[in-house]
Design a binder for this molecule. Structure first.
Ligand code: GLC
Length: 538
């Protein structure tokens, strides 16, 4: 799909903000909306001294008891006082739009908080008009659960309700009952909440676990398979990935399409790209973008990453536009996943060049632009339910959620008081202020890549063609739009690599590591330094 007039979200560079950890403005140790407003110029002030971000995905800021840090929503149409007020939100929207930054809300269609008035009413009695808004079942016999489904965060997925003597289903925590999308009122209520935000002027949504909204109509038990934890010992064919979920995405898309520029990016956390690609819809009538999760499990390896890109390109075909990210709030940060002692920053530089030159919308996760590593969160500091439940076998997700490192000031300039999660001890050197002052820093590299991409039709929405016959450790491809042709060559190896594109003459280096911008590059003899990057106009 190389539309001559691409949609804004095809050209956009997006940035994920975990609001709790971005910037605290009122000194309670928790980030807030006012804090984000204060940092908007960092994201985009219209000049190349900023990151040049086009859209922010905000993790949930709705009222929540925070059992799952906002993914347990009590009211879809309000702001949690911890983060501010609706007026603060409206100001954020206004200030962001002033800078050309769009706002994507996080919408969680499959579950609510157990404290949501819908569930409170549902649980009040078997005859409640909202009983069927959630998934309630009798015990087949005393003490026996309706089927073998497990919670993704550990423990069985059914909780017994003593008062009404039935089980309710929750894929995540017991404090996150699953909605029953087979009841048309539920779909209407979620679409209504989305419309509330669209009317306010938001530009779209990140849809949380879209593939979980429908469960098997007959609630059949999952077949068993081999795995380490009980959840992994089942093939999840009946509790998620039901065909109806694609239709739910299509309905959401129909809604956002009624608002000019509205868009949807879907979280579909599966390993098979063909499965994830289904959520674009057969003819592109589903989600505008679907996150590709395959980089999460890929090592720092040229052939593996190329394989993942090619598989994703193939799976999507002509029906949609790819979407990539390297880190998010649920996984170990890529700077840590790809770390290799003194080469860690060099590797992060190569990874950034990949993310920002591929064909597909890139999403950055806050802090990756300064090379933030996974936080160090002691056992007693753990707050994420996954980390608490699986201690010591799983690092939990707190490590990806530690406060943004703005400066060498106390608490990294994030807050004036002890933050809700500990600041990474490296903040004195790894921070925005230090990297702004250093021309060779990762932050400055991200800025250059982003502005280069924004100024180039080939890099932002051109076609993609991988190059064969390059040496081991190199991933090289062409990006082409009309007459504009750009070669991207990335060296994932710790050794120098040489290769040639005979008969192509020479090109002009647009950006390189080590620095070579402006140099003529002999395409018959291309030299890449260890972890070197070359982006060349042909
Ligand atoms: C999504 C969110 C994650 C949350 C989960 C349960 O995967 O990204 O943070 O815990 O959904 O709703």
């Amino acid at each position: 799909m190389t539309d001559p007039q691409p949609a804004w979200w095809q050209r956009a560079v997006c940035y994920q903000i975990y609001p709790r950890s971005f910037q605290d403005s009122d000194g309670d140790g928790i980030g807030d909306l006012q804090g984000i407003i204060e940092r908007l110029d960092y994201l985009n002030d219209g000049s190349e001294r900023s990151l040049g971000i086009d859209a922010i995905w905000l993790n949930p800021v709705y009222p929540s008891p925070q059992y799952d840090f906002g993914y347990d929503i009590m009211d879809h149409q309000a702001i949690d006082p911890q983060y501010g007020t609706m007026e603060d939100f409206e100001r954020l929207l206004y200030e962001a739009h002033q800078r050309g930054i769009r706002i994507l809300m996080d919408m969680v269609p499959s579950v609510t908080s157990h404290l949501h008035p819908w569930f409170v009413e549902s649980r009040a009695s078997r005859r409640s008009p909202k009983r069927d808004w959630y998934i309630w079942r009798d015990a087949p016999r005393p003490g026996k659960r309706p089927n073998n489904w497990q919670g993704v965060f550990g423990g069985p997925a059914w909780t017994w309700d003593v008062k009404t003597q039935q089980y309710y289903y929750h894929n995540s925590l017991p404090e996150q009952p699953d909605l029953n999308w087979r009841n048309p009122e539920v779909a209407q209520a979620i679409l209504g909440a989305m419309e509330f935000w669209l009317r306010k002027g938001v530009d779209g949504f990140r849809i949380d676990v879209l593939n979980y909204v429908y469960k098997d109509e007959r609630l059949r038990s999952n077949p068993h398979c081999c795995g380490r934890r009980p959840y992994e010992m089942q093939r999840h064919v009946y509790d998620k990935d039901r065909p109806e979920a694609v239709d739910a995405g299509i309905r959401m898309r129909q809604l956002v399409d009624r608002y000019p520029g509205g868009m949807l990016v879907a979280e579909v956390y599966v390993n098979d790209p063909r499965e994830a690609a289904r959520y674009y819809g057969e003819h592109g009538e589903g989600a505008n973008l679907v996150f590709n999760f395959s980089f999460m499990n890929a090592p720092f390896s040229a052939p593996r990453l190329r394989h993942e890109v090619d598989r994703w390109e193939q799976a999507i075909g002509a029906r949609g536009w790819p979407c990539y990210f390297l880190s998010n709030h649920d996984n170990s940060r890529h700077a840590s996943r790809f770390a290799a002692g003194r080469a860690t920053t060099a590797r992060a530089r190569v990874a950034a060049a990949l993310l920002l030159t591929l064909r597909g919308t890139p999403f950055l996760y806050m802090g990756e632009e300064i090379g933030m590593l996974d936080g160090i969160v002691g056992r007693h500091e753990r707050l994420d339910p996954v980390g608490v439940h699986y201690w010591p076998f799983h690092p939990g997700r707190d490590v990806a959620r530690t406060p943004m490192q703005w400066s060498a000031a106390p608490y990294a300039g994030f807050s004036s008081t002890r933050p809700w999660l500990p600041v990474h001890p490296a903040f004195a050197t790894v921070n925005v202020a230090a990297q702004e002052a250093d021309a060779g820093s990762l932050l400055r590299w991200y800025r250059r890549l982003i502005w280069l991409r924004k100024g180039s039709a080939a890099l932002s929405f051109g076609g993609y063609q991988a190059l064969d016959g390059v040496p081991g450790g190199v991933f090289a491809y062409l990006r082409v739009a009309g007459e504009e042709r750009v070669l991207v060559a990335l060296n994932f190896a710790a050794r120098r690599r040489c290769f040639g594109l005979p008969g192509r003459g020479s090109g002009r280096c647009l950006l390189g590591w080590p620095e070579r911008a402006g140099d003529a590059v002999d395409l018959g003899h291309i030299e890449l330094e260890p972890y070197g990057v070359l982006i060349v106009a042909l």
